[in-house]
Design a protein around this ligand. Structure first.
Ligand SMILES: NC(=O)c1ccc[n+]([C@@H]2O[C@H](COP(=O)([O-])OP(=O)(O)OC[C@H]3O[C@@H](n4cnc5c(N)ncnc54)[C@H](O)[C@@H]3O)[C@@H](O)[C@H]2O)c1
Length: 438
């Protein structure tokens, strides 16, 4: 394919050289003449493992050249990869100035060019940037409709500086945010033959994936370093701890606990986080990530309260009360906290939790419920229908099949889904359905 690559920094330079190495015909574009000249001399404008040899090779073979002329690059290509910088503004917001400028320039050149060009954004940008900011610019300057007159896609890159050439040829994944199928097909064809799973998703999803990845990577490093500092202060070998931690592929290095759902609770996580943070504080070790995990959890619970408030309705049903579906353990249950908050705000509440009712019936947890939570005990009902009949708004915190099968579609109470119901994707378009964080 004939490809133009805008921005010859780390991302653009590596993408341009590697794509040329795969047999594509590539023109690199940069506003910085020094970078353009360096590439045309067969030298890399960035320091990076293997990039020097690769650029020398592909420039010598004629597969890669560079220019400062946007029009020339657009006329000589059918796909354009945008790899310009998106730095932070002083207030932390994303600077889209370079993206806007290059999009205007490409749009202007497209207005002159016949045939369908596909514009692919590789730069990291917040969800909504492509469709709400850049596509209107392209349409304005090119004078056509995205998805019809020209293609648009977002293709974030996941290469690590230092090993990016190696990562390009062996990527962890390829993500294609496609405005339309044809745009996605062009991007998929660029990487044809490379290993790794290819994900074709809506444009804003592709934009968000990059942030999920980088936020998680930062979180992982911060977590490991805080655990290291606490262990060191407590005289424990932190690397030994993390070696064993990492060996657990069921709960630790696994998809466990990584899907948006409801707040956590129970008899272990809150207690153990509190005592670990307390031990760190006593040892004068600052652990801001660990210290704020419970704060984050409370904020998530508060989101559920706000969703109820937003409905403006007073009669509330709650399905589920124990801290985890399928148990009768009410200790530090976030659903108990939610019920107590709503009661405190004067909501008229009815609660159903089959496991809690059963354990009450058997006498197992009766004392706990009746002495510790008498205000909730009197709101518990064994009937799913009774809750549904009472409620103008219903909170679903359980996967109990008896509850799921009784939930209405479309009419009836507003359904606030706290757990991402098995049919959440289908329900999202139904009136009266609200997901907690989806
Ligand atoms: N560096 C990384 O490892 C990495 C990894 C993944 C994603 N990203 C993202 O990729 C994007 C690029 O990052 P980078 O590190 O390569 O940036 P960089 O600052 O190294 O390079 C950006 C290049 O774009 C050029 N440029 C600016 N405006 C231009 C225009 N109108 N036309 C042509 N060229 C123009 C600049 O001169 C510069 O050479 C950013 O959004 C970044 O967040 C970077």
């Amino acid at each position: 394919m004939r490809i133009s690559v805008f921005g010859l920094g780390y991302v653009g330079c590596v993408s341009a050289a590697c794509l040329a190495g795969m047999g594509h015909e590539v023109i690199g574009v940069d506003v910085n003449q020094v970078k353009v000249d360096l590439v045309n001399e067969g030298r890399a404008p960035v320091v990076e493992e293997r990039i020097g040899e690769l650029i020398a090779e592909v420039v010598a073979s004629g597969a890669l050249r560079a220019t400062g002329d946007v029009r020339e690059a657009i006329m000589g290509s059918e796909v354009s990869l945008i790899c310009v910088g998106t730095p932070s503004e002083p207030n932390g917001s994303l600077c889209t100035t370079y993206l806007e400028r290059v999009t205007e320039q490409i749009g202007t050149a497209l207005a002159e060019r016949g045939g369908r060009q596909t514009v692919v954004f590789r730069s990291t940008m917040l969800p909504g940037t492509c469709l709400k900011l850049l596509v209107p610019i392209l349409e304005k300057y090119a004078g056509g409709t995205a998805g019809v007159d020209f293609g648009v896609a977002v293709n974030p890159e996941f290469l690590r500086e230092g090993t990016s050439v190696r990562d390009f040829f062996d990527p962890p994944k390829t993500v294609i945010g496609e405005l339309d199928r044809a745009s996605g097909d062009v991007v998929a064809a660029l990487y044809d033959g490379l290993p790794g799973e290819v994900f074709r998703v809506p444009v804003p999803t592709a934009e968000a994936i990059k942030y999920a990845d980088n936020a998680f990577h930062g979180l992982k490093i911060g977590f490991a370093n805080e655990m290291g500092a606490v262990c060191q202060a407590l005289g424990v070998d932190s690397h030994q701890v993390m070696d064993v931690f990492l060996a657990d592929r069921k709960l630790n290095i696994s998809p466990a606990y990584l899907r948006p759902g409801f707040a956590f609770g129970g008899s272990c996580l809150p207690k153990d986080l509190r005592s670990l943070v307390h031990a760190a504080q006593r040892a004068d070790v600052s652990v801001p990530i660990l210290s704020n995990v419970l704060t984050s959890n409370s904020a998530h619970l508060q989101r559920a309260v706000e969703l109820v408030e937003r409905t403006g309705r007073r009669r509330v049903g709650l399905f589920g009360l124990s801290f985890k579906p399928g148990t009768d353990d009410l200790r530090e249950s976030p659903l108990v906290q939610l019920a107590e908050t709503l009661l405190g705000k004067g909501y008229d509440l009815r609660i159903h939790d089959a496991h809690v009712s059963l354990s009450r019936l058997l006498g197992a947890n009766r004392e706990y419920i009746e002495t510790r939570l008498p205000h909730l005990a009197q709101l518990l009902t064994e009937s799913v229908d009774e809750v549904l009949e009472h409620a103008e708004v219903c909170l679903i915190g359980t996967r109990d099949p008896a509850v799921l099968s009784a939930l209405p579609h479309g009419d009836g109470p507003v359904l606030i889904d706290l757990i991402h119901l098995p049919d959440a994707d289908a329900r999202r378009t139904e009136p009266g359905y609200v997901g907690l964080a989806w």
